[in-house]
Design a protein around this ligand. Structure first.
Ligand code: HT7
Ligand code: ZN
Length: 855
């Protein structure tokens, strides 16, 4: 496989200022004529190289004349334009959207036609340079059968439309803003719209439309509200106004990712648009709000300023994730949002950074760019922006982003451009900070407090170490901004405030001031840096911080650390601090009236995977056993608390206030704790909650609890759920998912059986993720000792790769974690990776992920 290197970047030789696309659309045969106005940007004549993927040119014309001076080089079209410096190059192609199971380029979903062009899908529609630093103004003519495709949408504004021959109609769209090919989009289908409007800060009226299949329009209200909130928030917080008169969103069922920020025509996975209380959980609602915001924010961080090349992907993704995280924090609870974001970072990004696929947020090379839409580029990328914001403070950070937007508007920029703008605008020195863009691996910070009883002086000793990662054996220290606060436990007076300490060197000593006794240290408050902290603290200290720290994230961390220490000790057969955990949970529960959402997050035990991440060799069975044992102990000790939480009744599902959502979340946690005790009445209790629930949050939580066991109620509830929702694909995904999440010993067999279910299909990525993604997230099942979990995933990858290589490749990383497991498991995982690699005709996506995973 060919690797592409960041250092090999060269500016484009030909620019394409204007493009006219003419589509004659049909499900099985679409013909495309692309007219590219090209201009040579270098002195010496050079042929025009246009990338294609699976295309054959039917005709080539230059300035209106048939042109024969072209050849194919592999899948690229090379047009020799002699010594011309400008020309209009027209190419005719023909494609079959109905055969496009990769869901890249132009494809069919539910009899609708839609596109996905990021990163390199445009070349599956027509020949084109298809690189993000070639920006063009697009004019798009679409013609299709009016009955089957009454709605024709593309980027920008519809400037004309009319009737064609033979029952056809056409529309002409024009996008005034130059854009890269990856932001091109079109949709043709039978859709209905939820219309609204937004008046921008300068008083312009923007028409908003969310397009869905008939029957789904009643479930678009939350997405529409999220869109309007996002538009207002970006004006208020970043001074960014929307720049077209129309903003359309279309929801499609078959989609490789969450959504796509095409200029003026976002295309979404239905999962992130459709929500009503009966079918969507509170978490689903939050997902809709976050993804709608994310795609909208891309209009500035991604579209107005795009990426020079795909190595700069984090320029738009890291910044946009940071923006959507801040937005969601402002819309709800900042503390809970931070906890959720850190939990996701630890679950998805830390393992990536510690494994064979580790890469810096700005990678140095890739074979297939689709494999680099990772938690590192997105979520660690967001953390790196957040650290700059923390060091600058809000006002100076805003000056930095204002400068970035001003300086680079209309350009294809680099991560370096962003850092320089923050440096200049916010007045920060980020010379050493740039290492965060080039070094992979999660830094480890070791902390130790020294207290001199005689003088009362306390000091914090910090050391940092950035671990080796593939291709980067030796690292240098990075700037690590840590928000810290030292508490005097005995003090009655107000405590000294928080300080921001930035570690620059391998070792740092921070004076903490005078204390009668060694202070209690709250470290990395708000998770100010994406690092792992090694800091030995006793149960008493952690329990005190869990109860008294004034930073809610630090309170959460203290309790999690106490639980983690107890679980890790138990797994290695040592006594932990079980009673201290119970006491701390009980103490935290006392705050449930005031902030149930925070309490629900704080009292949740760390996941099995996160417990495994603390161990040199992961023992999935012992982890499950000990986690369940602790859950049982907490469940039993606080049984009356859990029961009274459940007896209080659920807030109505239609109320989406912070408090109502928190209340439902806490009820789910309470039910899970009670279930761990195996009390005889739990199945009937869960079944009652399931049956009486007025919304999906309660219903799904109860079903998931039942799914772990083998009661009659389990079978009954699964059957009721299936019958009720069999025609709703997004809810049916949940039915597959809860079964694959189950802690039952036969879960791998169940997954294999569910793959044969008539409603299972490999052609829908949501369904694949619901079943198999849930299995890889179920640590004890996936790592079942006989290797059946590994075999199941490898079988899936082999079957899925010919249809949808992107989705297939995304299933591989769990198999690449073999170094963390015992020899027998590691051998089986590697054997499955070898088996995948031995398949003939494997895609570039899967080949890259599987071969790197073996290293
Ligand atoms: N920028 C979007 C990326 C995306 C994508 C990438 C590869 C293959 C399919 C895809 N669909 C969407 C999503 C985002 O970050 O907003
Ligand atoms: Zn994005």
């Amino acid at each position: 496989l060919v690797s592409i290197h960041r250092g090999d970047y060269r500016p484009p030789e030909w620019r394409v200022p204007d493009i006219a696309l003419d589509f004659r659309l049909d499900l099985a045969e679409t013909s495309v004529t692309a007219a590219l106005a090209v201009e040579r940007d270098i002195e010496t004549p050079s042929p025009l190289v246009l990338h294609g993927d699976g295309l054959t040119p039917e005709a080539v014309r230059v300035d209106g004349e048939v042109w024969n001076d072209w050849r194919m080089d592999g899948s690229d079209l090379i047009v020799d334009l002699g010594d011309r410096t400008a020309a209009t190059v027209e190419v005719d192609t023909r494609i079959d959207p109905s055969a496009n199971t990769q869901l890249m380029g132009l494809y069919a979903s539910n009899n609708m036609l839609c596109t996905q062009c990021e990163a390199e899908g445009f070349r599956r529609i027509t020949f084109h340079p298809d690189r993000p630093d070639v920006l063009s103004r697009y004019k798009v003519r679409m013609e299709a059968d009016k009955t089957r495709f009454p709605i024709l949408l593309s980027n920008g504004n519809c400037i004309d439309k009319g009737a064609g021959e033979g029952g056809k109609h056409w529309a002409l769209w024009e996008d005034p803003w130059p854009k890269p090919s990856y932001l091109f989009a079109l949709v043709a289908g039978d859709l209905v719209v939820n219309r609204d409007e937004f008046v921008t800060m300068s008083g312009r009226k923007v028409e908003l439309g969310i397009w869905v299949r008939a029957g789904d329009e009643s479930r678009t209200g939350h997405a529409m509200q999220a869109l309007k909130n996002s538009m207002a928030w970006d004006e208020r917080v970043y001074g960014r106004e929307y720049d077209l008169d129309l903003f359309n969103i279309v929801a499609v069922s078959d989609f490789n990712m969450g959504a796509m920020e095409n200029k003026g025509l976002n295309i979404f996975n239905t999962r992130y648009i459709l929500a009503d209380p009966d079918t969507a959980t509170d978490a689903d609602y939050d997902g809709v709000e976050g993804v709608v915001a994310h795609e909208y924010f891309h209009n500035w961080s991604g579209n107005r300023i795009t990426c020079r090349d795909w190595f700069q992907l984090s320029l738009k993704e890291g910044f946009t994730v940071y923006r959507d995280q801040s937005f969601s924090a402002d819309m709800g609870s900042p503390a809970v949002k931070r906890i959720e974001d850190v939990r996701l970072l630890r679950a998805a990004q830390f393992p990536e950074d510690a494994g064979p696929l580790a890469h810096p947020i700005r990678p140095d090379s890739y074979q297939e760019i689709s494999n680099f839409y990772t938690a590192t580029v997105y979520n660690k990328g967001a953390e790196i922006i957040r650290m700059m914001a923390t060091m600058a403070g809000p006002e100076r950070f805003r000056k930095g982003t204002d400068l970035y937007f001003d300086r680079h508007d209309g350009e294809a920029a680099t991560c370096e451009d962003f850092v320089r703008a923050i440096e200049d605008g916010a007045g920060l020195d980020l010379k050493q900070f740039r290492l965060w863009y080039s070094q992979a691996g999660t830094p480890r910070v070791t902390a130790r407090v020294e207290h001199d009883a005689a003088s009362g002086a306390a000091q914090l000793h910090l050391t940092q170490n950035v671990p080796p990662t593939p291709g980067q054996p030796v690292k240098v220290p990075m700037p690590i901004p840590l928000r810290i606060k030292a508490f005097d436990r005995s003090a009655t007076a107000t405590q000294a405030g928080e300080q921001l300490v930035v570690l620059h060197d391998a070792e740092t000593v921070v004076p903490l001031g005078q204390f009668a006794a060694s202070p209690q240290l709250s470290l990395n408050r708000g998770f100010s840096a994406p690092v792992i902290i090694d800091f030995e603290r006793g149960a008493d200290e952690l329990g005190w911080l869990a109860a008294h720290d004034d930073d809610p994230f630090a309170r959460y961390e203290a309790l999690q650390q106490l639980m983690l220490d107890t679980l890790v000790a138990a797994v290695s057969g040592k006594p932990g601090h079980r009673q201290a955990v119970i006491d701390a949970v009980a103490e935290t529960l006392r705050g449930r009236e005031a902030d149930p959402a925070f309490v629900a997050e704080a009292v949740l035990l760390p996941s099995e995977a996160f417990i495994g991440d603390q161990m040199l060799t992961v023992d999935p069975d012992a982890i499950r056993r000990e986690r369940l044992a602790l859950q049982d102990a907490i469940g039993a000790a606080l049984e009356s608390e859990w029961r009274s939480i459940l007896a209080e009744g659920a807030p109505p599902a239609s109320i989406l206030s912070r408090k109502a959502k928190g209340g439902r979340r806490l009820r789910g946690v309470a039910l899970a704790y009670l279930a761990a005790t195996d009390r005889a009445d739990v199945p009937s209790l869960a079944f009652t909650i399931f049956s009486e629930a007025d919304g999906m949050t309660e219903r799904q939580a109860a079903l998931a609890t039942l799914a772990h066991g083998d009661s009659d109620e389990r079978a009954h509830a699964l059957d009721i759920f299936y019958q009720r929702y069999r025609d709703n694909p997004l809810v049916l995904d949940k039915w597959f998912q809860v079964q694959a999440w189950s802690m039952r010993p036969d879960t791998v067999d169940a997954v294999r059986a569910l793959a044969q279910h008539p409603d299972f299909t490999l052609t829908n990525p949501n369904r694949v993720r619901a079943l198999y993604g849930a299995l890889t997230g179920n640590q004890a099942a996936f790592h079942q000792a006989d290797g059946a979990g590994y075999r199941t995933i490898a079988d899936l990858v082999i079957a899925l790769d010919p249809k949808n290589p992107q989705t297939a490749a995304r299933m591989i990383p769990p198999l690449g974690r073999w170094k963390r497991f015992d020899e027998a498991r590691a051998a089986m995982m590697k054997a499955e990776l070898d088996r995948i690699l031995a398949q003939p005709g494997l895609s570039r996506d899967v080949t890259e992920q599987a071969s790197k995973s073996l290293l």
